[in-house]
Design a binder for this molecule. Sequence first.
Ligand code: NDP
Length: 481
Amino acid sequence: MAGILAQQLPEQALQFAYLVSGIMFIQGLRDMTHPRTATRGNLISSGGMFLAVAVTILWFEILTPAILAAGLLIGGVVGAYLAVAVETTEMPQLVGLFNGFGGGASAVVAGAELVDVLAGSGDLGVGLTASAAIAAIIGSVTFSGSFVASGKLHGIVGESPVSTNVGHALKVTFLGVALVAGAVLVVQPSLFGGVPTAEWVPVYWVIVAAALLLGIFLVVPIGGADMPVVISLLNSYSGLAAATTGFVLNNTVLIIAGTLVGAAGMILTIIMCESMNRSLANVFFGGLGGDDTAEEMEDIYEGQITETSPEEVTMLLETAERVVIVPGYGMAVAQAQHAVAELVDLLEDSGVDVEFGIHPVAGRMPGHMNALLAEADVPYDKMRELEEVNPTFSQTDLVIVTGANDVVNPRANEDDDSPIAGMPILNVEDARHVVVNKRSLSPGFSGIANPLFARDNTSMLFGDAKASMQSLVNEYKESNS
Ligand code: NDP
């Protein structure tokens, strides 16, 4: 159905608007590569999406105003609620859900177009059926896989990795069914000598059903700890599903946006795997198997742990010329970023050189620490990446590790059998003193003991990160008043 714009403007106007949207997406992504320009990038990309949606609605007149208003209202309310209610630590599962809906929408839209074409001319070209089959497979895997991944991260679905032969056999079976049904959809009617009719539609839903089951059986065996990587990969899939649906609909902007999401998600997945020194195959089929027993931990820690107090750390701070703060997942859990930022301000006022050492996979999502510190108004130029900060530790008087564990675990360099072997880490022990702030000697994400805690130049400041950082702020203020 031709909409109001289509009645007044030539077809080129629609393509031009889509081109402008595509350019806005690319510029937005470019801006998002740096924290300083990220907000602008977000706005530009959102503007591009608004333009694409508005032009599509006005051009094709696909919705009645009442349905449109209802959709905007429901979507707006849900979006506003999520923006306010979801904690930063829950962001990965939220992104997972969004990916799932994106993939599901692509599969449903491609199916609807198929039904529409059959109901109309009945002319199913190979381009259309092949794109629809691909969109159905990728979109459905993304939908069910993302829901399982989000459930695992949220603790609703069992987190432990399970790998069984039956599970592998089922995966192969569902993949096989989806591929065979996809092939049937593509090669009909020539293969069967028939004319395409609505009777072919169930084949599409067979693909969807098999791919939905495949998504579940692909993600269920993977451990909860690897879910952020899985979610990043499914994010890439949701983009690819959207791009193929773009081919089904012959919609340029969907192809551009989907391809950008697909590429960005894939790049992020690779960065995450490299930062953990693991292959994607290892994430999907290996599982992070660290689980040191209490005895193994005792062997490393017994008689070697030096406990410290906020008063003692304050004395170290008073004589320090250079301090590096290494935040980790615990800082996010404790929401200690504001107390940390206040401590940094106090130290800088006293002339101390302070920087942050940020590991690429500190926390539970890429950029987790940067986002939290930026929220506490820490300037970006204080956040040093691993390669930048590592050579400076030997000239650092004090490193305060707050809520981090794996990203400072020297076993990555020393123990070839550890699950983090080969992962690049922050070499904090090169500094004169290291203070590690966490609540106990419990392991981090990888489940293994950390010999850093037992080093001669390390002291443990036990306690919640926020409370501990606040104590340091109070002590430092008191001793400098
Ligand atoms: P870790 O998970 O290794 O350790 C976090 C530590 O924080 C725990 O040992 C815990 O010790 C402590 N902690 C928890 N709550 C608090 C609190 N309230 N106050 C103080 N401390 C607290 O975190 P890292 O950031 O060092 O490493 C991240 C890990 O996550 C890496 O193994 C990485 O591979 C993995 N990962 C990261 C992803 C990413 O994109 N960033 C994605 C997937 C995985 P305690 O209980 O004793 O307090």
